[in-house]
Write a protein that binds this ligand. Structure first.
Ligand code: IVH
Length: 671
C-alpha cells in the first residue's frame, strides 16, 4: 500500500467512525450534535472515496447499510439458545401467584425484579462477533427463525459495530423491532398514495417491513430497535443482574428502553404496571403490557424454565386495544359544521379499557376501502383517547345476504341535501343552522369546558333544550329563566339555580375563549389565542380581510378564508351582537403582542398538572406575552413546563436537552 493509499484508508476509517458516532447519537441517544446536512456531507464524502477506491471500502461501511435483495427468500437460522416466550397474566391475582411461586422456590421473603415495557413489535436476535454485527434473525418459532441480516442492518438504531474497548468475542443481543405510531401513520398514508397495502397496526407494519425480501424497501420504513436481553455471550465478565446487562448493552451502543425500573416484591410490580398503564398513550410507540423479570441472574438460572417460558419472567398485559365484534347498523352523524361522519353501531365489546358500541368509519372513501357492510365481523380498535375505529373486516365471515351500504342523499336530521366537497371525500349537510344536529353541536361546543365553560350545560341537556325549542342559538342560553328550566324534564330546582349561576358566571370570559367558543371551522384554542393577541379586539378580527389574517402566526389561506366566511354570515353577526350587547358577555382588554413582547418567539410545552392555575390559563398567559404553546417537544422547544405527574414529554425534553422549568419558575416568567 502506498503512503497515499494508506492516507485514504485512514481518512475512510475516520469518516466511518464519525458517521457511526452520529448514528449512535441520533438514533440511540436521541441527541444529535450536528445538523442533518453535516451528517449527509460526511456520508457523501465517504461514498466518494469508496467509489474512487472500491478496494478499500469496508464490508460494514455505514454507506452499505442497504445490501442485496434475498431473491430466494430468507435462509433459516437455528437459535443456539432457543428464544422463549413469556407466560401471561391479566390481573393482579395472577401476578401475586407468580411472585408467590418464585418466593417459594427460592425460599426468600422479597424478590427484586426489573419491570419494563412489553414492546409491541417483533422479537429479533442480533449476533455480534468481536463487536461486529454478523447476523440478524427473527424469532420464528423460537427454535429457528429467518436470516434477516441485510434487513436489520438498515435500522439505524442497530449499531453495525459495538462501542467500547473491552467487547465480548460473541454476543447475541435480543430485543424488539417496532414502529412508532407516527411512523406507522406516515407509512399508511404513503401506502395509500401509492396504492400499496395498508397495515392494520404498528406491529403488523413492523413485521411486514422487516420481512421484505428487498432491504431497500425495509430501509424506507421507520423501524426502531430496543434491546431487552441477551442470548449467547463469551469473552467478558458478565454482570450479575438483568439491570446490569441492560446497562452494559447501553454502553455497547445499543438502545435500551428508558422506562424500566428495578422494583421490590408484588407491590413494586403492581405500582410499576399502574404507572406504565397510565403513561401508555404518551409513549411514541405501542406497548401491550409490562414484563417482569427476576433481576438476579443467578436466581434466574435457579428458577429455570417450564415448557417454553422462563419461570423468572411474566408478561402482565394491559387491556387489549383491538377486539372482534359485529356491525349492527351503519348510520351517519352530523357534526357542528355539518360534516357527516358514518359510524358503525356495534355489538358492545370491551376494548381499550371501556365498552365500545360505536366506531367511526371516517368517511365514504374509508367505507369503500374497508368494504364494510351491516352484519360484518370487524376488528375495532381503541387506543388511548382516540375515537374507536373499525380497522378491518373479516370478509370470509360475511353473511350471505349482505348488501353494500350506500351513502344517504339527505341529512337524516333535517332532510337537507348532503353535498360532497371538491375532493368528494367530506360529506356535509347543506342545512346550516336550519339543521338541529348542527345547532346542538354548536351549542355543546360553546358551553364546553375549554370554551365558555358553563358547568352543568352538558350534551344531554342541550339536546333536550333544542328538542323542546327552548334554545335555538347560543345567545338564547343567556335568556333562560328558572321557570323555563324547571319545566324541563329531569331538571330540579337546585340544578336550575346552579345552571343559572353558571351561565351568569360565563358572562365574564376571555377573548380567546370567546373566539374558540364561536366554533369557527378550524379555529382551535391556539389559533384563537393568536388571533386575540394579534388583533387585540373582536371588532378588528371581524373586519379583517384574508390578507391581514394571514399575517397572524400559523394562519394560512384556508383558515383565513374560514374566518372571513364565518363573520360574513348575517346570522353569525346577529348572534355575536346578541351575545355582546344583550347578554353582556365581556372580557378584559387584550394586550396586543408588541414586537418586543417579553416571550416573543419562545416556544413552550406544558406537561403534568399545575397547582396554581389550569393549563388553559397558563397557555393564555404565555400567549399574551408573545410565546407559542406547542403540544409536542422538539428541538425547537425553548422550555418544557413540568407540573405534577409529568408525562413522556419530560423524558423527551431531557433527552433533547430542552430546558425544563417548574411551576414556580413559570410564575416568575409570567410576573
Ligand atoms: S423478554 C425469556 N422483554 O414478548 C424472555 N420480551 O412473549 C423472552 N417482548 O416475543 C422475552 N417486550 O417479542 C421480553 N421487554 C421485553 C419485551 C418482550 C416485548 C416480546 C418479545 C417476545 C414476546 C414474549
Amino acid at each position: 500500500m502506498t503512503t497515499r493509499h494508506a492516507d485514504v484508508a485512514r481518512e475512510m476509517a475516520r469518516l466511518a467512525t464519525e458517521i457511526e458516532r452520529h448514528n449512535y447519537l441520533y438514533y440511540v441517544k436521541d441527541d444529535p450534535v450536528v445538523p442533518d446536512a453535516e451528517y449527509d456531507r460526511l456520508l457523501r464524502e465517504l461514498e466518494k472515496l469508496e467509489k474512487a477506491h472500491p478496494e478499500l471500502a469496508a464490508d460494514d461501511s455505514p454507506t452499505r447499510r442497504v445490501g442485496a435483495r434475498a431473491d430466494e427468500g430468507f435462509r433459516e437460522v437455528t437459535h443456539e439458545i432457543p428464544m422463549l416466550s413469556l407466560a401471561n397474566a391479566f390481573d393482579p391475582e395472577e401476578v401475586a401467584e407468580f411472585d408467590e411461586r418464585i418466593r417459594r422456590r427460592l425460599e426468600c421473603e422479597v424478590v427484586e425484579y426489573v419491570a419494563e415495557p412489553k414492546l409491541d413489535g417483533l422479537a429479533v436476535s442480533l449476533l455480534y462477533e468481536n463487536g461486529r454485527l454478523v447476523r440478524g434473525a427473527t424469532r420464528g418459532d423460537g427454535r429457528a427463525g429467518e436470516d434477516v441480516t441485510a434487513n436489520v442492518r438498515v435500522i439505524r438504531s442497530i449499531p453495525l459495530k459495538l462501542r467500547g474497548e473491552k467487547l465480548p468475542t460473541r454476543l447475541e443481543v435480543r430485543g424488539e423491532v417496532l414502529m412508532t405510531r407516527k411512523g406507522f401513520e406516515r407509512l399508511n398514508r404513503r401506502q395509500d398514495e401509492n396504492d400499496g397495502k395498508r397495515y392494520a397496526n404498528p406491529r403488523n407494519a413492523a413485521a411486514g417491513s422487516l420481512r421484505q425480501l428487498d432491504p431497500a424497501i425495509t430501509a424506507q420504513r421507520p423501524l426502531e430497535f430496543y434491546a431487552y436481553g441477551t442470548g449467547v455471550f463469551d469473552g467478558v465478565k458478565w454482570p450479575e443482574t438483568h439491570a446490569g446487562v441492560l446497562e452494559l448493552l447501553g454502553e455497547f451502543g445499543l438502545r435500551t428502553n428508558p422506562h424500566r425500573e428495578v422494583v421490590e416484591g408484588l407491590d413494586g410490580l403492581l405500582r410499576a404496571w399502574e404507572s406504565l398503564n397510565a403513561r401508555r398513550d404518551e409513549l411514541p410507540y405501542e406497548i401491550d403490557g409490562v414484563v417482569y423479570k427476576v433481576n438476579d441472574l443467578a436466581l434466574q438460572e435457579r428458577l429455570g424454565f417450564v415448557s417454553r417460558a422462563p419461570r423468572w419472567a411474566l408478561a402482565h398485559k394491559f387491556a387489549a386495544q383491538e377486539e372482534l365484534t359485529r356491525v349492527r347498523a351503519i348510520e351517519v352523524q352530523v357534526g357542528r359544521t355539518g360534516a357527516i361522519t358514518p359510524v358503525a353501531r356495534l355489538e358492545p365489546v370491551f376494548v381499550g379499557g371501556v365498552t365500545v358500541s360505536n366506531a367511526t368509519l371516517h368517511n365514504y372513501d374509508e367505507i369503500k376501502r374497508l368494504d364494510v357492510r351491516v352484519g360484518d365481523s370487524v376488528i375495532v380498535r381503541r387506543a388511548g383517547d382516540v375515537i374507536p375505529e373499525v380497522v378491518s373486516v373479516l370478509h370470509e365471515r360475511r353473511p350471505k345476504n349482505s348488501r353494500e351500504w350506500n351513502f344517504p342523499e339527505k341529512c337524516p336530521v333535517c332532510g337537507s341535501d348532503i353535498v360532497f366537497d371538491e375532493g368528494g371525500v367530506i360529506a356535509r349537510c347543506s342545512g346550516g343552522l336550519f339543521c338541529d344536529a348542527q345547532v346542538k353541536e354548536t351549542i355543546k361546543h360553546f358551553a364546553s369546558r375549554r370554551a365558555m365553560d358553563i358547568e352543568g350545560l352538558g350534551s344531554k341537556l342541550v339536546e333536550q333544550m333544542v328538542d323542546a325549542g327552548v334554545i335555538k342559538t347560543v345567545a338564547d342560553i343567556f335568556e333562560l329563566d328558572k321557570e323555563t328550566l324547571v319545566s324541563l324534564e329531569r331538571l330540579g330546582e337546585k340544578s336550575a339555580d346552579n345552571l343559572l349561576a353558571a351561565i351568569d358566571a360565563a358572562r365574564k370570559t376571555t377573548l380567546p375563549r370567546f373566539l374558540f367558543a364561536l366554533g369557527i371551522p378550524q379555529i382551535g384554542e391556539t389559533t384563537a389565542g393568536q388571533l386575540a393577541s394579534y388583533f387585540g379586539h373582536l371588532d378588528a378580527i371581524m373586519s379583517a380581510g384574508e390578507e391581514a389574517l394571514q399575517e397572524v402566526p400559523d394562519i394560512g389561506p384556508v383558515v383565513a378564508h374560514n374566518v372571513v366566511e364565518f363573520f360574513a354570515q348575517d346570522h353569525n353577526r346577529e348572534v355575536i351582537d346578541a351575545l355582546v350587547d344583550k347578554a353582556k358577555i365581556a372580557w378584559p382588554a387584550v394586550q396586543r403582542v408588541a414586537d418586543d413582547a417579553r416571550l416573543k418567539g419562545k416556544t413552550f410545552v406544558l406537561t403534568g398538572s399545575l397547582s396554581g392555575m389550569s393549563r388553559t390559563e397558563a397557555r393564555e398567559k404565555l400567549v399574551a406575552l408573545g410565546a407559542k404553546v406547542s403540544s409536542s417537544v422538539s428541538g425547537k422547544t425553548d422550555y418544557v413546563v413540568a407540573g405534577a405527574d409529568p408525562g413522556s414529554k419530560l423524558d423527551k425534553a431531557e433527552r433533547l436537552g430542552v430546558a425544563v422549568i417548574d411551576e414556580d419558575a413559570l410564575m416568575e416568567m409570567l410576573q
